[in-house]
Design a protein around this ligand. Sequence first.
Ligand SMILES: [Zn+2]
Length: 74
Amino acid sequence: MEEVVIKDKEKYLRDNYPYRNIPQLNSEIVCIHCNNIFKVGQYKVFKDEYDEEYICCPDTPECNGSVIDWIPLE
Ligand SMILES: [Zn+2]
């Protein structure tokens, strides 16, 4: 997978977040794959060989978690 550099992370999240309630970039979440806490805005985007883009854990490629593995912290 190849990393995609996102200039406007807020807009990208708004356009590509898979669920209805789009989190703030400064919201804290836990990745259930690596158990690390990070801010939503630290996400990375990678694309596969079909140019399909995925919102991924900031620890990618060490972690293979993605947006669906995020648990919000209160
Ligand atoms: Zn992770």
